[in-house]
Design a protein around this ligand. Structure first.
Ligand code: PMP
Length: 385
Protein backbone atom coordinates (compact mmCIF):
# COMPACT_ATOMS: atom_id res chain seq x y z
CA UNK A 1 0.00 0.00 0.00
CA UNK A 2 1.35 3.43 -0.95
CA UNK A 3 1.46 6.42 1.41
CA UNK A 4 0.80 4.41 4.56
CA UNK A 5 2.37 7.19 6.61
CA UNK A 6 -0.96 9.06 6.53
CA UNK A 7 -2.49 6.68 9.10
CA UNK A 8 0.44 6.89 11.51
CA UNK A 9 0.65 10.67 11.20
CA UNK A 10 -3.06 11.07 11.95
CA UNK A 11 -2.89 8.68 14.92
CA UNK A 12 0.07 10.61 16.33
CA UNK A 13 -1.82 13.87 15.98
CA UNK A 14 -4.87 12.39 17.68
CA UNK A 15 -2.82 11.21 20.67
CA UNK A 16 -1.04 14.56 21.05
CA UNK A 17 -4.34 16.49 20.92
CA UNK A 18 -3.49 18.12 17.59
CA UNK A 19 -5.90 16.35 15.23
CA UNK A 20 -8.04 18.83 13.27
CA UNK A 21 -11.64 18.28 12.25
CA UNK A 22 -14.04 20.29 10.16
CA UNK A 23 -17.59 21.17 11.13
CA UNK A 24 -20.40 21.70 8.66
CA UNK A 25 -22.15 25.01 9.29
CA UNK A 26 -25.72 24.43 8.18
CA UNK A 27 -26.69 28.09 8.21
CA UNK A 28 -25.84 31.35 9.87
CA UNK A 29 -27.91 34.36 10.81
CA UNK A 30 -27.42 37.30 13.17
CA UNK A 31 -24.20 35.96 14.66
CA UNK A 32 -25.70 32.50 15.35
CA UNK A 33 -24.41 29.41 13.55
CA UNK A 34 -26.17 26.09 13.26
CA UNK A 35 -23.97 22.96 13.38
CA UNK A 36 -25.46 19.43 13.58
CA UNK A 37 -28.87 20.96 14.20
CA UNK A 38 -27.62 22.89 17.27
CA UNK A 39 -27.39 26.68 17.49
CA UNK A 40 -24.35 28.53 18.77
CA UNK A 41 -23.39 32.14 19.33
CA UNK A 42 -20.49 32.59 16.94
CA UNK A 43 -17.32 33.96 18.52
CA UNK A 44 -15.09 32.32 15.92
CA UNK A 45 -15.48 34.46 12.81
CA UNK A 46 -13.10 37.05 11.37
CA UNK A 47 -16.15 38.96 10.11
CA UNK A 48 -15.28 41.66 12.65
CA UNK A 49 -17.79 44.19 11.36
CA UNK A 50 -20.65 41.92 10.31
CA UNK A 51 -20.17 43.00 6.68
CA UNK A 52 -20.77 39.49 5.33
CA UNK A 53 -24.49 39.95 5.93
CA UNK A 54 -24.72 43.67 5.18
CA UNK A 55 -27.74 44.11 2.86
CA UNK A 56 -25.97 46.74 0.74
CA UNK A 57 -22.93 44.52 0.26
CA UNK A 58 -25.13 41.59 -0.76
CA UNK A 59 -27.16 43.80 -3.10
CA UNK A 60 -24.04 45.18 -4.80
CA UNK A 61 -22.79 41.62 -5.22
CA UNK A 62 -26.05 40.64 -6.93
CA UNK A 63 -25.88 43.67 -9.21
CA UNK A 64 -22.30 42.71 -10.06
CA UNK A 65 -23.48 39.20 -10.93
CA UNK A 66 -26.10 40.64 -13.28
CA UNK A 67 -23.49 42.83 -14.96
CA UNK A 68 -20.52 40.45 -15.22
CA UNK A 69 -21.89 36.92 -14.62
CA UNK A 70 -20.75 34.35 -12.06
CA UNK A 71 -17.05 33.70 -12.51
CA UNK A 72 -14.53 35.95 -14.19
CA UNK A 73 -13.96 33.31 -16.86
CA UNK A 74 -10.21 33.77 -17.25
CA UNK A 75 -6.98 34.76 -15.57
CA UNK A 76 -6.35 38.51 -15.27
CA UNK A 77 -3.89 38.74 -18.15
CA UNK A 78 -6.33 37.00 -20.51
CA UNK A 79 -9.82 38.53 -20.07
CA UNK A 80 -10.46 38.15 -16.32
CA UNK A 81 -9.49 41.72 -15.41
CA UNK A 82 -12.54 44.00 -15.62
CA UNK A 83 -13.36 47.60 -14.87
CA UNK A 84 -14.72 46.35 -11.52
CA UNK A 85 -11.26 45.05 -10.56
CA UNK A 86 -9.63 48.21 -11.84
CA UNK A 87 -12.06 50.40 -9.85
CA UNK A 88 -11.29 48.53 -6.61
CA UNK A 89 -7.56 48.84 -7.24
CA UNK A 90 -7.95 52.56 -7.97
CA UNK A 91 -9.98 53.12 -4.79
CA UNK A 92 -7.28 51.44 -2.72
CA UNK A 93 -4.47 53.31 -4.47
CA UNK A 94 -6.15 56.62 -3.71
CA UNK A 95 -7.02 55.91 -0.10
CA UNK A 96 -3.81 54.11 0.84
CA UNK A 97 -1.79 56.64 -1.13
CA UNK A 98 0.09 54.00 -3.06
CA UNK A 99 1.26 54.17 -6.66
CA UNK A 100 -0.29 50.84 -7.53
CA UNK A 101 -2.40 47.99 -6.16
CA UNK A 102 -2.88 44.42 -7.36
CA UNK A 103 -5.75 42.09 -6.43
CA UNK A 104 -5.27 38.44 -5.52
CA UNK A 105 -7.73 35.61 -4.92
CA UNK A 106 -6.53 35.16 -1.37
CA UNK A 107 -4.13 36.55 1.16
CA UNK A 108 -2.35 33.22 1.07
CA UNK A 109 -1.66 33.63 -2.66
CA UNK A 110 -0.69 37.30 -2.22
CA UNK A 111 1.95 36.48 0.42
CA UNK A 112 3.37 33.67 -1.68
CA UNK A 113 3.55 35.96 -4.72
CA UNK A 114 5.25 38.74 -2.73
CA UNK A 115 7.96 36.33 -1.59
CA UNK A 116 8.43 34.80 -5.02
CA UNK A 117 8.86 38.25 -6.58
CA UNK A 118 11.07 39.89 -3.96
CA UNK A 119 13.39 36.94 -3.54
CA UNK A 120 13.75 36.01 -7.21
CA UNK A 121 17.46 36.74 -6.90
CA UNK A 122 18.00 35.68 -3.31
CA UNK A 123 18.08 38.40 -0.68
CA UNK A 124 17.16 38.33 3.00
CA UNK A 125 13.81 37.80 4.66
CA UNK A 126 13.70 38.84 8.31
CA UNK A 127 10.31 38.08 9.80
CA UNK A 128 8.55 38.32 13.13
CA UNK A 129 8.31 34.85 14.69
CA UNK A 130 4.49 35.07 14.58
CA UNK A 131 4.24 35.85 10.87
CA UNK A 132 1.44 33.98 9.12
CA UNK A 133 2.07 30.55 7.55
CA UNK A 134 1.42 31.90 4.04
CA UNK A 135 4.41 34.22 4.32
CA UNK A 136 6.65 31.63 5.97
CA UNK A 137 5.88 29.09 3.27
CA UNK A 138 6.44 31.73 0.60
CA UNK A 139 9.91 32.48 1.93
CA UNK A 140 10.79 28.82 2.36
CA UNK A 141 9.88 28.17 -1.27
CA UNK A 142 12.03 31.10 -2.43
CA UNK A 143 15.74 31.72 -2.75
CA UNK A 144 15.89 34.01 0.29
CA UNK A 145 18.06 33.54 3.31
CA UNK A 146 15.53 33.44 6.15
CA UNK A 147 15.83 34.72 9.71
CA UNK A 148 13.14 35.26 12.31
CA UNK A 149 13.13 37.64 15.23
CA UNK A 150 11.38 37.02 18.54
CA UNK A 151 7.82 38.34 18.47
CA UNK A 152 7.83 42.17 18.47
CA UNK A 153 11.42 42.15 19.79
CA UNK A 154 12.99 45.07 17.92
CA UNK A 155 16.37 44.62 19.66
CA UNK A 156 16.55 41.08 18.32
CA UNK A 157 15.53 42.37 14.89
CA UNK A 158 18.33 44.91 15.05
CA UNK A 159 20.91 42.18 15.71
CA UNK A 160 19.66 40.27 12.68
CA UNK A 161 19.66 43.40 10.54
CA UNK A 162 23.20 44.25 11.60
CA UNK A 163 24.39 40.94 10.21
CA UNK A 164 22.45 41.02 6.94
CA UNK A 165 23.81 42.31 3.65
CA UNK A 166 22.08 43.00 0.35
CA UNK A 167 18.36 43.34 -0.43
CA UNK A 168 16.47 42.86 2.83
CA UNK A 169 12.78 42.62 3.61
CA UNK A 170 11.55 42.94 7.18
CA UNK A 171 8.09 41.42 7.56
CA UNK A 172 5.53 41.87 10.30
CA UNK A 173 1.77 42.09 10.78
CA UNK A 174 -0.42 45.11 11.51
CA UNK A 175 -2.53 43.03 13.91
CA UNK A 176 -1.33 39.51 14.69
CA UNK A 177 -3.84 36.83 13.77
CA UNK A 178 -3.64 34.64 16.86
CA UNK A 179 -2.65 37.17 19.53
CA UNK A 180 -4.48 40.28 18.39
CA UNK A 181 -1.57 42.54 19.35
CA UNK A 182 0.16 44.96 16.96
CA UNK A 183 3.68 45.39 15.64
CA UNK A 184 5.72 48.38 16.91
CA UNK A 185 5.46 49.85 13.42
CA UNK A 186 7.09 53.21 14.14
CA UNK A 187 10.24 51.46 15.36
CA UNK A 188 10.21 49.01 12.46
CA UNK A 189 9.90 51.87 9.96
CA UNK A 190 12.92 53.58 11.48
CA UNK A 191 15.03 50.42 11.66
CA UNK A 192 14.28 49.65 8.01
CA UNK A 193 15.02 53.22 6.92
CA UNK A 194 18.37 53.17 8.75
CA UNK A 195 19.32 49.86 7.16
CA UNK A 196 17.94 50.65 3.69
CA UNK A 197 15.68 47.60 4.04
CA UNK A 198 12.06 47.29 2.88
CA UNK A 199 9.28 46.87 5.42
CA UNK A 200 6.33 44.64 4.62
CA UNK A 201 3.13 44.67 6.64
CA UNK A 202 0.55 41.91 6.37
CA UNK A 203 -2.52 43.82 7.55
CA UNK A 204 -5.06 41.01 7.13
CA UNK A 205 -6.51 41.73 10.57
CA UNK A 206 -6.05 45.50 10.71
CA UNK A 207 -7.42 46.39 7.29
CA UNK A 208 -11.09 47.41 7.53
CA UNK A 209 -10.86 47.99 11.28
CA UNK A 210 -8.06 50.45 12.06
CA UNK A 211 -7.50 54.01 10.87
CA UNK A 212 -9.84 56.95 10.56
CA UNK A 213 -11.63 55.46 7.57
CA UNK A 214 -10.88 51.78 8.12
CA UNK A 215 -7.91 51.55 5.75
CA UNK A 216 -5.94 49.78 8.41
CA UNK A 217 -2.57 50.09 10.09
CA UNK A 218 -1.14 52.20 7.24
CA UNK A 219 -3.87 54.79 7.73
CA UNK A 220 -3.71 54.64 11.53
CA UNK A 221 0.01 55.45 11.61
CA UNK A 222 0.00 57.43 8.33
CA UNK A 223 2.58 55.12 6.83
CA UNK A 224 3.67 56.24 3.39
CA UNK A 225 4.74 53.97 0.55
CA UNK A 226 8.32 54.80 1.44
CA UNK A 227 7.72 53.73 5.07
CA UNK A 228 6.06 50.46 4.06
CA UNK A 229 6.97 49.60 0.47
CA UNK A 230 5.00 46.32 0.64
CA UNK A 231 1.52 46.53 2.11
CA UNK A 232 -0.80 43.56 1.99
CA UNK A 233 -4.40 43.30 3.17
CA UNK A 234 -7.26 40.85 2.83
CA UNK A 235 -10.98 41.19 2.15
CA UNK A 236 -12.11 37.94 3.79
CA UNK A 237 -12.05 39.30 7.31
CA UNK A 238 -13.38 42.76 8.30
CA UNK A 239 -14.46 43.55 4.72
CA UNK A 240 -16.71 40.49 4.66
CA UNK A 241 -15.99 39.27 1.11
CA UNK A 242 -12.84 37.41 -0.03
CA UNK A 243 -9.55 38.01 -1.78
CA UNK A 244 -6.62 40.28 -1.05
CA UNK A 245 -4.47 43.10 -2.34
CA UNK A 246 -0.83 44.08 -2.50
CA UNK A 247 0.00 47.80 -2.61
CA UNK A 248 3.33 49.39 -3.48
CA UNK A 249 5.38 51.13 -6.11
CA UNK A 250 4.38 50.95 -9.77
CA UNK A 251 7.57 49.04 -10.57
CA UNK A 252 6.91 46.45 -7.82
CA UNK A 253 3.31 45.91 -8.94
CA UNK A 254 4.33 45.74 -12.63
CA UNK A 255 6.93 43.15 -11.66
CA UNK A 256 4.24 41.12 -9.89
CA UNK A 257 1.95 41.36 -12.93
CA UNK A 258 4.77 40.02 -15.07
CA UNK A 259 6.13 37.32 -12.79
CA UNK A 260 3.71 36.34 -10.00
CA UNK A 261 2.57 32.85 -10.90
CA UNK A 262 -0.28 33.04 -8.34
CA UNK A 263 -1.61 35.99 -10.33
CA UNK A 264 -0.82 35.03 -13.92
CA UNK A 265 -1.96 31.41 -13.78
CA UNK A 266 -5.08 31.74 -11.61
CA UNK A 267 -8.62 32.68 -12.63
CA UNK A 268 -9.30 36.25 -11.52
CA UNK A 269 -11.66 36.87 -8.62
CA UNK A 270 -15.24 37.32 -9.86
CA UNK A 271 -15.95 40.93 -10.86
CA UNK A 272 -19.06 40.85 -8.65
CA UNK A 273 -16.80 40.13 -5.67
CA UNK A 274 -14.66 43.16 -6.51
CA UNK A 275 -17.82 45.31 -6.72
CA UNK A 276 -19.12 44.05 -3.35
CA UNK A 277 -15.68 44.56 -1.80
CA UNK A 278 -15.53 48.16 -2.96
CA UNK A 279 -19.06 48.79 -1.71
CA UNK A 280 -18.21 47.26 1.66
CA UNK A 281 -15.17 49.53 1.98
CA UNK A 282 -17.30 52.62 1.39
CA UNK A 283 -19.71 51.50 4.14
CA UNK A 284 -16.81 50.75 6.49
CA UNK A 285 -15.43 54.27 5.91
CA UNK A 286 -18.68 55.58 7.45
CA UNK A 287 -17.48 54.21 10.79
CA UNK A 288 -20.73 52.92 12.31
CA UNK A 289 -19.71 49.24 12.41
CA UNK A 290 -16.20 50.09 13.65
CA UNK A 291 -17.73 52.11 16.47
CA UNK A 292 -19.88 49.16 17.54
CA UNK A 293 -16.88 46.82 17.41
CA UNK A 294 -14.82 49.19 19.59
CA UNK A 295 -17.65 49.28 22.15
CA UNK A 296 -17.87 45.48 22.13
CA UNK A 297 -14.13 45.06 22.64
CA UNK A 298 -14.21 47.48 25.55
CA UNK A 299 -17.31 45.80 27.05
CA UNK A 300 -15.74 42.34 26.78
CA UNK A 301 -12.50 43.42 28.43
CA UNK A 302 -14.29 45.23 31.24
CA UNK A 303 -16.71 42.39 32.04
CA UNK A 304 -14.06 39.67 31.68
CA UNK A 305 -11.60 41.51 33.94
CA UNK A 306 -14.35 42.07 36.53
CA UNK A 307 -15.01 38.32 36.60
CA UNK A 308 -11.31 37.60 37.07
CA UNK A 309 -10.53 36.22 33.62
CA UNK A 310 -6.84 36.53 32.67
CA UNK A 311 -6.66 38.53 29.46
CA UNK A 312 -3.74 39.40 27.21
CA UNK A 313 -2.84 42.97 26.24
CA UNK A 314 -4.76 42.70 22.94
CA UNK A 315 -6.98 45.70 22.26
CA UNK A 316 -8.27 44.24 19.00
CA UNK A 317 -11.23 42.04 18.09
CA UNK A 318 -8.99 39.02 18.67
CA UNK A 319 -9.04 38.16 22.38
CA UNK A 320 -7.08 35.01 23.21
CA UNK A 321 -7.48 33.07 26.43
CA UNK A 322 -4.25 31.14 26.85
CA UNK A 323 -4.64 27.59 28.19
CA UNK A 324 -1.12 26.30 27.60
CA UNK A 325 -2.20 22.77 26.76
CA UNK A 326 -4.05 21.46 23.68
CA UNK A 327 -6.27 19.06 25.65
CA UNK A 328 -7.36 21.83 28.01
CA UNK A 329 -8.06 24.20 25.11
CA UNK A 330 -10.19 21.52 23.42
CA UNK A 331 -12.02 20.71 26.66
CA UNK A 332 -12.82 24.39 27.22
CA UNK A 333 -13.99 24.81 23.65
CA UNK A 334 -16.25 21.73 24.07
CA UNK A 335 -17.59 22.98 27.40
CA UNK A 336 -18.51 26.28 25.73
CA UNK A 337 -20.23 24.41 22.91
CA UNK A 338 -22.38 22.63 25.48
CA UNK A 339 -23.47 26.08 26.61
CA UNK A 340 -24.33 27.17 23.06
CA UNK A 341 -21.17 29.15 22.31
CA UNK A 342 -18.69 28.53 19.51
CA UNK A 343 -15.09 29.49 20.31
CA UNK A 344 -12.29 27.58 18.55
CA UNK A 345 -9.36 25.94 20.32
CA UNK A 346 -6.20 27.06 18.52
CA UNK A 347 -3.33 24.67 18.96
CA UNK A 348 0.20 23.95 17.88
CA UNK A 349 1.45 24.31 15.12
CA UNK A 350 -0.79 27.35 14.46
CA UNK A 351 0.55 28.81 17.73
CA UNK A 352 3.80 27.91 19.56
CA UNK A 353 3.78 24.75 21.68
CA UNK A 354 2.51 25.45 25.19
CA UNK A 355 0.48 28.49 24.14
CA UNK A 356 -2.61 26.55 23.02
CA UNK A 357 -5.62 28.77 23.52
CA UNK A 358 -9.19 29.75 22.96
CA UNK A 359 -9.32 32.42 20.27
CA UNK A 360 -12.35 34.62 20.90
CA UNK A 361 -13.20 36.97 18.06
CA UNK A 362 -15.57 39.82 18.71
CA UNK A 363 -17.74 41.45 16.08
CA UNK A 364 -19.87 44.54 15.62
CA UNK A 365 -22.79 42.16 15.18
CA UNK A 366 -22.60 40.87 18.77
CA UNK A 367 -24.88 42.48 21.33
CA UNK A 368 -23.60 43.33 24.79
CA UNK A 369 -25.85 40.54 26.06
CA UNK A 370 -24.09 38.04 23.75
CA UNK A 371 -20.80 39.10 25.29
CA UNK A 372 -22.13 38.80 28.86
CA UNK A 373 -23.36 35.30 28.04
CA UNK A 374 -19.92 34.40 26.65
CA UNK A 375 -18.06 35.60 29.73
CA UNK A 376 -20.46 33.83 32.14
CA UNK A 377 -20.15 30.60 30.16
CA UNK A 378 -16.39 30.91 30.04
CA UNK A 379 -16.14 31.28 33.81
CA UNK A 380 -18.37 28.23 34.34
CA UNK A 381 -16.45 26.22 31.75
CA UNK A 382 -13.17 27.03 33.46
CA UNK A 383 -14.48 25.71 36.77
CA UNK A 384 -15.53 22.42 35.16
CA UNK A 385 -12.35 21.74 33.12
N1 PMP B 1 -2.22 36.68 6.55
C1 PMP B 1 -2.78 36.59 7.77
C2 PMP B 1 -2.15 37.33 8.90
C3 PMP B 1 -3.94 35.83 7.95
O1 PMP B 1 -4.48 35.72 9.17
C4 PMP B 1 -4.51 35.17 6.85
C5 PMP B 1 -5.79 34.35 6.99
N2 PMP B 1 -5.83 33.48 8.03
C6 PMP B 1 -3.87 35.27 5.62
C7 PMP B 1 -2.74 36.05 5.50
C8 PMP B 1 -4.42 34.57 4.42
O2 PMP B 1 -5.51 35.28 3.91
P1 PMP B 1 -6.65 34.55 3.11
O3 PMP B 1 -7.57 33.94 4.12
O4 PMP B 1 -7.29 35.61 2.30
O5 PMP B 1 -5.98 33.50 2.27
Amino acid sequence: MAFEFFDTALKDKQEAGYLRRRHIVEYEKDGVICVNGEHYLNFASNDYLGMRQHPGVLQSWVEGLAQFGGGSGASPLVTGYTQAHSALEGYLEENLQREAVLLFNSGFAANQAICQALFSNGGNAVADKYMHASFIDGVLASNASFKRFRHNDTAHLQTLLDSSEGDTLVASEGVFSMDGDSAPVDVLVKQCADKGAWLMLDDAHGFGVLGENGFGTAELYQLSQQDVPVLMGTFGKAVGTAGAFVAGSQAFIDYLVNTARHYIYSTAMPASQAIATLYSLTVIAGGEERGRLAENISHFRTVAAKQGLTLTESQSAIQPVICGDPHKALALSDALKQRGIWVPAIRYPTVPKGSDRLRITLSASHSTKDIDVLVDALMLAMESV
